[in-house]
Ligand binder design. Structure first.
Ligand code: ITT
Length: 198
């Protein structure tokens, strides 16, 4: 059976990707399954695509299987697109999710509901043996709440209220998030690339 390696060090992102990739006739591995010494990838791209491609290509030079990397984040209108590609490092380099959320809420404390629009973005890149096979992008629109709500998911989920809903992603089940999320949309499109490689 062909194999696909999910190239993320974020355990919660990894779990989502495993669920989203179900249905492909392929064995899914994570970086931690490989027990290899792998490089740290500096995410210095200006776009999600640049970072996703950099992660996928870097790992594909060390691992012979098909590689899938995701670069994602939250784009907040009132903050001119921040935290964007710096979403995981918004408060500081090794920030915990709670610290990033606290910084976001502080910056938005005077922003009224009407102006709290935000978009989650995910770009998935697929690579093999140093060659980029393709990238796919998914977006999910919503608003930023006034305080953290809910315990599910990760990152900014306790603050993100998907469009048309009144609860945050962290208050919904993972199966709901996995139907409408930015990552779900990107992975759904990426599946056709993966199938062509099998
Ligand atoms: P890898 O690079 O190893 O995959 P990472 O967590 O550093 O792990 P990113 O550079 O793509 O991944 O940063 C993604 C950050 O964006 C993540 O840490 C969250 O802060 C935020 N984010 C992305 N998708 C999210 C989601 O579905 N729910 C909540 N926050 C999300």
């Amino acid at each position: 059976m062909r194999k696909l390696v999910i190239a993320t060090k974020n355990e919660k992102k990894k779990k989502e990707l495993i669920k989203l990739l179900k249905g492909l006739n392929i064995k899914i591995l994570n970086l931690s399954d490989l027990k290899m010494h792998l490089p740290h990838v500096v995410e210095d791209g200006r776009t999600f695509r640049q970072n996703a491609v950099k992660k996928a290509l870097t790992f594909s030079r060390y691992i012979k299987e098909l590689i899938l990397a995701d670069d994602s984040g939250l784009v907040v209108e009132a903050l001119d697109g921040k935290p964007g590609v710096r979403s995981s490092r918004f408060a500081h380099t090794k920030a915990k999710d709670e610290e990033n959320n606290a910084k976001l809420l502080k910056l938005m404390k005077d922003v009224p509901l009407k102006k709290r629009g935000a978009t989650f973005v995910s770009v998935v890149a697929i690579a093999k043996e140093g060659n980029l096979i393709g990238t796919r992008r998914g977006e999910c629109k919503g608003t930023i709440g006034f305080e953290p709500e809910g315990k599910n998911g990760f990152g900014y989920d306790p603050l993100f209220i998907p469009k048309g809903k009144s609860r945050t992603f962290a208050q919904f089940s993972s199966s709901f998030k996995n139907r409408i999320s930015h990552r779900a949309k990107a992975v759904k499109k990426a599946k056709s690339i993966i199938k062509k490689c099998l």
